[in-house]
Design a protein around this ligand. Structure first.
Ligand code: CTP
Ligand code: MG
Length: 246
């Protein structure tokens, strides 16, 4: 079997609001993307890493330099490609790059694909391992997740509570999400047939797999795999780094 990792890092970081693509934001003296790639090492036995980068020229140039570092450290081929308007488009481009590479290199046999948000910059390697183990054990789609601590309610258009969801059953889903390339290809051809509105509501690729009626396995995520979305998240991530270095 072959293994590819697609890291999506092409988002604009609007909610963080620092006026630059999120992947290029300095967390320490190193960017969000550099931190995210710390988890990527030889032990994951990857055959390919695809970095999906912002089109903004300055960030693109800065982040492309990161790819050489990863290639060196892991002895793995690293491709960089431009992202799209929406996350789904960026993932789709990344997956297409995996397909093309597989064809060029005449890969035979099953291909596993991990799709990971660069914004989950401190995701520990152990989470990658748990996802890969589940794929090795035969799962076609795997997500890491944690129990939620808030009570989650569904609210209707008139700002009234419509439903309180049973918290015990709820999980907050993280990345990397793992797939067989075959299933991911099927999922994307399914998306292409969806009305644009519905396609825009897909917040992750596992959701497309659910829509196909296929099983999605759940493994344990990690608190450090939080997504840097707002300035509060960035503070948290900086505090976590300070704690482990101090
Ligand atoms: N992403 C991407 N291409 C996009 C949008 C998002 O590659 N067009 C990536 C981001 O870089 C990030 C991950 O998907 O690693 C999760 O997205 P999100 O947290 O929403 O990041 P941004 O879109 O950058 O943030 P915002 O929505 O606040 O602009
Ligand atoms: Mg976004």
């Amino acid at each position: 079997r072959r293994r590819a990792l697609v890291v999506v890092a092409a988002g604009s970081g609007t909610r963080l609001g620092l006026g630059m693509p999120k992947a290029a934001v300095p967390v320490t003296d190193r960017t969000v993307l550099e931190h995210a790639l710390d988890a990527v090492s030889g032990v994951l036995q990857l055959d390919l890493v695809v970095l999906v980068l912002p089109r903004e020229p300055h960030a693109k140039q800065q982040l492309a330099a990161t790819s050489a570092v990863v290639a060196d450290r892991c002895g793995v081929e690293v491709l960089t490609i431009p992202g799209g308007e929406a996350r789904t488009e960026s993932v789709s481009s990344g997956v297409r790059a995996v397909q093309q590479h597989a064809q060029r290199k005449s890969w035979s046999g099953p291909v596993q694909v991990l799709v990971h948000d660069a914004a989950r910059a401190l995701t520990p390697t152990e989470v990658f391992h748990r996802v890969l183990e589940a794929l090795d054990a035969g799962a076609q789609c795997v997500v890491p997740a944690l129990p939620v601590t808030d009570t989650i309610k569904r609210v209707d258009a008139s700002a009234q509570v419509a439903q309180t969801l049973p918290r015990k059953q709820l999980r907050a889903v993280q990345t990397p999400q793992g797939f067989t390339l075959k299933l991911l290809e099927r999922a994307f051809s399914h998306i292409d047939k969806l009305p644009e509105e519905e396609a825009a509501d897909l917040t992750d690729e596992a959701m497309m797999v659910e829509n196909l009626g296929e099983k999605v396995a759940v493994v344990e995520g990690h608190p450090h795999a939080l997504k840097i979305t707002t300035s509060l998240d960035l503070l948290t991530v900086r505090a976590l780094i300070a704690e482990t270095e101090g």
